[in-house]
Design a protein around this ligand. Structure first.
Ligand code: ANZ
Ligand code: ZN
Length: 828
């Protein structure tokens, strides 16, 4: 057809590819494997542009690697448990399962309309019992190995959503979803002991050169390893001891007060029955209502109060007041801090606010600090002063010496601390994988026997915005018998954090239909690691950390042979519109479905790849989309105009390049192959790869215009067109397939090998050199490319025309730019 009719060709090829199982992969393939994975989506209802970008990038990588001779695993599935489904149930009375499966069907259709080369036979959905059965099984392995445990914990609680929130879900003290101020609450909950892996998670970041530096830094900060000491302070007039964690034992002589976290167990004990009791109680309540983030934010005003007690500094016997303050967290270190206002900024502000003394114990090399005029804490190293036996020591050296001193006298010890907390996985929600645990009055906590899995989510429950899991109100679910002793028992009604489901899905893709095991060892050994993982940077911390933790734990259980899941990571930028993020509230959302309907999937894909390199944010542009559409039309017409003439021509017949135009086209073709290959392979610079393809198309049009039809070298044209189509195939797979057929090919273009370039073609054999005299162009000469400076100078000076120009002049200087220009500077 003369017209580029994407509406017809896109669905046609999608159907044929599926019927021919073009993207189906098997393990018994002699080619080397390549596992290309994009983060699977939450089935929220519709694909958004961020998805389109993510999956298009992944598809180019997958298609490229296939053409480069790899056996490529490229799967897709659904991160299908989670809160929105349950909110939909409460709001619209639709069951979460129905809502989810409907959304999956719709998004699968949308993904298919993009022509992404997935092996759909491996599709998984985490909410399907055949999947969550194994999520539960993995929970049991964690439990068996002491990595899952239950404990009472204060959690962020949203009174409106009536659910526990992760710290990251608390924004400015309010629930990320509904804006209600967050409170804190104590609940018995399940944890995964990720802290046991803190050091390995940190150390092994070094083994990931294929990860973006910024992601590794975020993970490092999240783990937050710090070196220091635990120093034991005694309470005055009591046997009670209070250990504090400090990274600055060198400042121990500068302590002027102590601060406990409001939740510290000693607080109640110390104030009970004292005049401080009531006010302390009020303070503690208020602190409970603040999130961790709010309490520690540097810009937040520090609040605190004296609680009537005193502690004794173990190194100098000084008596210091004990305070409580909201900036001290119970969950970190020991929940108690030694206040050193002269050398810690938070302490400095706190001391200034409440009139606490400031004592300088570290002097900088270049000035003398004066506590009464200091405007901020001095936090850098210096010389220790006023520090008893340590006075005069450089503070860095002092750290170790003070620790040794404390250890000798039993007053403290060297200590390493981590910010990383154990992973709270309990959710008081219905739409998640039930935690496979039974509580028996006689036997206590009893894991569900593996052969009884899955613990099925019951369908007939009622959804009310009460906050408790509807499972609690479902007697058929709750009431059971103890697997150990047979007496009546109760099931755990909390479900697992959906991050648990997504911590191992990449393993399930390797054997998605297995009934006996979560994943077959042989298959995992064949496919893992994921060679290229692609997703949003918003998952840089949690998902990636949890998946790494799971992989390490499973390695330790002997279930997988790798310690890291993702060899290379690409975090794509956002899709912006009018400079801002696309969002419903801003009303600036461009719907992928509309774009595909108007321009076709190939145009949408091409635009998204062309508009910016993958890691950068991309600004949506309607003109940009139009431009890509016009380009594809231009390719279409080019190939269409030649198709009948080149169809019968056999390639690889030894092209003879007779004319200059032939040589130029041949050179351009191979330069393009080289550039596109390197741009994809080394840098994922799809945008520059596409512009190189555009230049090739321009070159082909030039050839068509400059060389009369009967003199056109059709062998060369055929070769150029077919290579062009192959280069275009990963980006715009449908039009490539159609044009491929149009020039007479029978097999799919997506089964082609990626073209190699001919290095000899890249040497341009003749170049035009401009000759200037005092900056004015006086001559142009054709010379062999690559002439040396002296050679070029010789050639120029021997020209008759030049000699004429130089008559009667004095030659002062010859400036040579090889292959381009010779400038003669002369004077009368
Ligand atoms: C005295 C001191 C003097 C401190 C000084 C710092 C500078 P990182 O690096 O984050 O581990 N700290 C300890 N436990 C805390 C808690 N539960 N809540 C809030 N702050 C706590 O920081 C460790 C430092 O943070 C510790 O070292 C302690 O203050 C404080 F010139 O001790 B430092
Ligand atoms: Zn029992």
């Amino acid at each position: 057809e003369a017209r580029y009719n994407f509406k017809e060709i896109e669905p046609k090829w999608q159907r044929r590819w599926e019927a021919n199982e073009l993207y189906k992969v098997r393990e018994d393939d002699p080619r080397p494997k390549f596992y290309c994975l994009e983060m699977f989506p939450y089935p929220s209802g519709n694909l958004h542009m961020g998805h389109v970008r993510n999956y298009t990038i992944g598809d180019v990588v997958a298609r490229f690697k296939r053409m480069r001779g790899f056996n490529v695993l490229h799967p897709m599935g659904w991160d299908a448990f989670g809160l929105p489904a349950e909110n939909a149930a409460i709001k619209h009375g639709i069951h979460p399962a129905e809502w989810t499966w409907k959304n999956i069907a719709n998004m699968r259709r949308q993904l298919k309309s993009m022509g992404i080369s997935y092996d759909w036979d491996r599709e998984i959905a985490t909410c399907h019992p055949s999947y969550y059965r194994w999520t539960q099984w993995l929970f049991l392995q964690m439990y068996k190995h002491g990595l899952a445990y239950r404990k009472k914990a204060a959690v962020n609680w949203c009174p409106s959503c009536a659910t526990v929130l992760a710290n990251e879900q608390v924004v400015g003290g309010a629930c990320e979803r509904c804006g209600t101020p967050v409170t804190r609450r104590d609940l018995e909950q399940w944890f995964f002991r990720i802290t046991k892996y803190a050091d390995r998670l940190l150390e092994d970041l070094k083994k990931l050169p294929g990860w973006p530096e910024k992601v590794k830094v975020m993970q490092e900060n999240w783990i937050g390893k710090s070196f220091g000491a635990e120093v034991v302070f005694r309470l005055e007039g009591s046997e009670e001891e209070i250990p504090v964690f400090t990274t600055r034992p060198d400042t121990l002589f500068g302590v002027t007060y102590m601060v406990l976290a409001p939740e510290h167990p000693l607080v109640e004990k110390l104030t009970r029955g004292t005049p401080y009791e009531e006010e302390v109680h009020r303070f503690v309540e208020a602190a409970r209502h603040l999130s961790t983030l709010d309490r520690t934010a540097t810009e937040k005003e520090k609040e605190g109060m004296f609680i009537g007690a005193y502690a004794v500094n173990p190194v100098n016997g000084e008596k210091i007041p004990v305070w409580i303050a909201n900036y001290v967290l119970m969950e970190y270190g020991t929940g108690a801090v030694m206040g050193v206002p002269a050398h810690d900024q938070r302490d400095f502000e706190f001391a200034r606010k409440y009139g606490l003394p400031i004592k300088v114990v570290i002097q900088p090399p270049d000035q003398e600090l004066n506590p009464s005029t200091m405007e901020q804490a001095y936090v850098d190293p210096g010389i220790m002063v006023d520090s008893g036996p340590f006075t005069g020591l450089p503070s860095e050296e002092g750290k170790d010496k003070v620790i040794a001193y404390l250890e000798e006298r039993g007053l403290g010890r060297r200590k390493v601390n981590y910010k990383l907390r154990d992973w709270l996985i309990s959710r008081q929600r219905y739409w998640g994988a039930p935690i496979p645990i039974i509580y028996c009055d006689r036997c206590g906590i009893v894991p569900v026997p593996e052969e009884d899995l899955p613990v099925i989510l019951p369908e007939g429950v009622e959804f009310k915005p009460t906050g408790e899991s509807p499972l609690k109100e479902c007697p058929e679910f709750v009431n059971t018998t103890c697997p150990a002793c047979g007496s009546p028992a109760r099931r755990e009604t909390d479900t697992m954090d959906t991050f648990v489901c997504s911590s191992w899905y990449f393993l399930r893709y390797t054997s998605p239909h297995s009934q006996e095991v979560p994943f077959e060892r042989e298959k995992v050994d064949y496919w893992m690691n994921v060679d290229q993982y692609i997703g949003g940077v918003e998952h840089a911390i949690l998902h990636l950390m949890y998946a790494r933790f799971f992989t390490k734990a499973l390695y330790d259980f002997g279930l997988v042979g790798v310690e890291e899941p993702f060899k290379n990571l690409l975090t794509q930028g956002m899709v912006l519109k009018d400079g801002g993020k696309m969002s419903k509230s801003k009303g600036n959302v461009v719907s992928p479905e509309e774009i595909i309907d108007r321009y076709g999937a190939d145009t949408a894909r091409l635009f998204i790849l062309f508009a910016a390199p993958p890691e950068r944010d991309l600004e949506w542009s309607d003109q940009g989309v139009e431009g890509c559409y016009r380009f594809l039309n231009r390719v279409w017409r080019l190939v269409y105009n030649y198709s009948s003439r080149v169809r019968g021509i056999e390639e690889n017949k030894g092209i003879r390049l007779l004319k200059k135009a032939d040589k130029e086209l041949y050179r351009l073709l191979h330069a393009t192959i080289k550039k596109v290959t390197e741009d994809i392979e080394e840098r994922f610079n799809f945008n520059t790869a596409i512009s190189a393809i555009m230049e090739l198309v321009n070159g082909l049009y030039d050839y068509q215009e400059q060389v009369v039809p009967e003199e056109q070298n059709l062998l060369l044209v055929k070769e150029a067109l077919s290579k062009l189509i192959v280069l275009l195939a990963p980006f715009a797979p449908h039009i490539a397939e159609e044009l491929w057929q149009g020039i007479g090919k029978e097999k799919s273009v997506h089964l082609e090998s990626w073209p190699e370039y001919d290095p000899e073609a890249l040497v341009a054999d003749e170049v035009t050199v401009v000759v200037q005299i005092n900056g004015k162009v006086r001559d142009r000469i054709q010379v062999p490319a690559g002439l040396k400076e002296e050679e070029l100078r010789e050639v120029v000076l021997s020209r008759e025309k030049v000699a004429n120009w130089l008559k009667g002049q004095q030659l002062l200087k010859v400036i040579v730019v090889p292959d381009k220009l010779v400038n003669l500077v002369v004077r009368k």
